[in-house]
Ligand binder design. Structure first.
Ligand SMILES: NC(=O)c1ccc[n+]([C@@H]2O[C@H](COP(=O)([O-])OP(=O)(O)OC[C@H]3O[C@@H](n4cnc5c(N)ncnc54)[C@H](OP(=O)(O)O)[C@@H]3O)[C@@H](O)[C@H]2O)c1
Length: 329
C-alpha cells in the first residue's frame, strides 16, 4: 500500500519562513576534526556534494550544521557543496549553532563573522544556541541574538537541548525584544520519547515553537541494519558501539519495534527508515521536523523518500504503542 501525497512546506516557528519536514543533519561533514568531529568517519567532498545535491533534489530545503562540527569544517563543506551545485541562498536555507561552553554571550556577537566566513557569506536563516550551559544567562544570550537579528546577521533565533523552563525563558526574553523563538533542537526518536514527558513538547506546541528532532534514527539503530547484522556494530568507527542501543541487550530490547517497522515498510512499499522518520514528522502534526544525518549518499537517497507518503492515523498509533514499550527513556 502506498499513499502518495505532496507534503507542503511548514512554517518555522511562528515565522513566515517555510521549511521541509526533513532537513539534512550535517554533523557527518566534520571531517574528523575537533571535539565532536571524530564521532563520524570522514567523508570526502565528492560524497558531501552528492549528499547535498540528492537532499535538494528530494525536496529538502534546509541544512543543520554547527560551529562545533569540526570547528567550522561542516559549515565550510556544506557551503562548498552548495557553491559547486550552483544553489542560491533561497534554495538552501542554513541553520547553524553557536557553541556556548566556557564562553559568555559576548562571544555570540564576536564570532558571528567567523560563522559567516565559514559559510562563504551565505545567509544564516536560523542561529541556535547549541547547549544551555555557558557563563552567561539565557537573558544575555537572547539579547545578543536579538542584536544579531537587528543587524541583519541572522534571520531567526533558536535554541538546542533547552529544557521546558529555559526554552520558555528564552521565548519570553525574545518577546520583550519584539521577536519570537523559532525552534528548540532536541533529541527525539521512536526510542527516545523524553520530550513528551518533560514538558518540552507541550510548551513548544503552546508557544508555536518548532521542535527539530536530532538523532531521529537513533544514530542508525532504527534503520534495522544492526538488528539484521549485529556484526556491523564491531565495524563502527567512533564511540557509538559502546552506547546502550548498540549492545546485544539494546538490540534485543528494541527488536519488537524494528519488526513492526519492517511490517509497515512492506505494507507501504518503503523502507523501515522511512517509516521511522515518517512517524516523527507526522505524529505531532506540524510541530516536529527531523534532521537525519547521512554517512553515505545512499542514506539520503532513502531518507528523502519519507517526504512522499504519510502513515495512516491507525498506523501512527500502532507504532506509538510499541515504541512506548521499548523506548529506553
Ligand atoms: N543539537 C545537538 O546537540 C545535536 C546532537 C546530535 C546531532 N545533531 C544534529 O542532528 C543530525 C542527525 O543526528 P545524528 O547524526 O546524531 O543521528 P541520526 O540522524 O539518527 O543517524 C545518522 C546515521 O545513521 C545512519 N543512517 C542514516 N540514514 C540511514 C539509512 N537510510 N540506512 C542506514 N543507516 C542510515 C548513518 O550512520 P552509519 O552509516 O555510520 O551507521 C548516519 O550517519 C546531526 O547530523 C546533527 O546535525 C544535533
Amino acid at each position: 500500500m502506498s499513499i502518495n501525497i505532496t507534503i507542503p512546506l511548514r512554517k518555522l516557528g511562528n515565522s513566515s519562513t517555510e521549511i521541509s519536514a526533513l532537513g539534512l543533519g550535517c554533523w557527518q561533514f566534520s571531517n574528523g576534526k575537533g571535539l565532536v568531529g571524530k564521532f563520524w568517519a570522514s567523508l570526502d567532498q565528492a560524497d558531501i556534494k552528492q549528499i547535498v545535491e540528492m537532499s535538494l533534489d528530494g525536496g529538502i530545503n534546509w541544512f543543520d550544521t554547527a560551529e562545533i562540527y569540526g570547528k567550522g569544517q561542516s559549515e565550510k563543506a556544506l557551503a562548498t557543496a552548495l557553491k559547486s551545485i550552483g544553489k542560491e541562498a533561497d534554495d538552501a536555507l542554513i541553520a547553524t549553532k553557536w557553541w556556548p561552553i566556557m564562553r559568555t554571550a559576548s562571544s555570540i556577537t564576536n564570532t558571528i563573522d567567523a560563522r559567516k566566513q565559514a559559510l562563504d557569506g551565505r545567509p544564516i536563516t536560523l542561529y541556535q544556541i547549541h547547549q544551555p550551559f555557558s557563563f552567561s544567562s539565557v537573558q544575555k544570550e537572547m539579547e545578543a541574538m536579538a542584536e544579531l537579528h537587528r543587524n541583519k546577521k541572522i534571520k531567526h533565533i533558536g535554541v538546542s537541548n533547552f529544557n521546558a523552563e529555559k526554552m520558555k525563558e528564552a521565548a519570553n526574553v525574545l518577546k520583550g525584544e519584539g521577536l519570537s523563538l523559532a525552534s528548540n533542537q532536541v533529541k527525539y526518536s521512536l526510542l527516545d520519547r523524553r520530550i513528551e514527558k518533560n514538558g518540552v513538547l507541550e510548551a513548544a506546541k503552546q508557544l508555536g515553537i518548532t521542535i527539530i528532532a536530532y538523532s531521529p534514527l537513533e544514530q542508525g539503530i532504527l534503520s534495522g541494519k544492526f538488528h539484521k547484522n549485529p556484526e556491523l556494530v564491531k565495524k563502527i568507527k567512533g564511540p557509538r558501539k559502546h552506547m546502550s542501543f548498540f549492545k546485544p541487550s539494546g538490540l534485543a530490547k528494541t527488536q519488537e519495534l524494528i519488526d513492526l517497522l519492517e511490517e509497515k515498510a512492506i505494507k507501504y512499499g518503503v523502507s523501515q527508515t522511512q517509516i521511522a522518520l515518517n512517524w516523527l514528522i507526522h505524529f505531532h502534526g506540524d510541530t516536529v521536523v527531523a534532521i537525519p544525518g547521512a554517512s553515505k549518499p545512499h542514506h539520503v537517497q532513502e531518507n528523502i523518500g519519507t517526504l512522499t507518503f504519510k502513515l495512516t492515523e491507525e498506523d501512527l498509533h500502532e507504532i506509538d504503542e510499541v515504541s512506548k514499550q521499548v523506548a529506553i527513556f
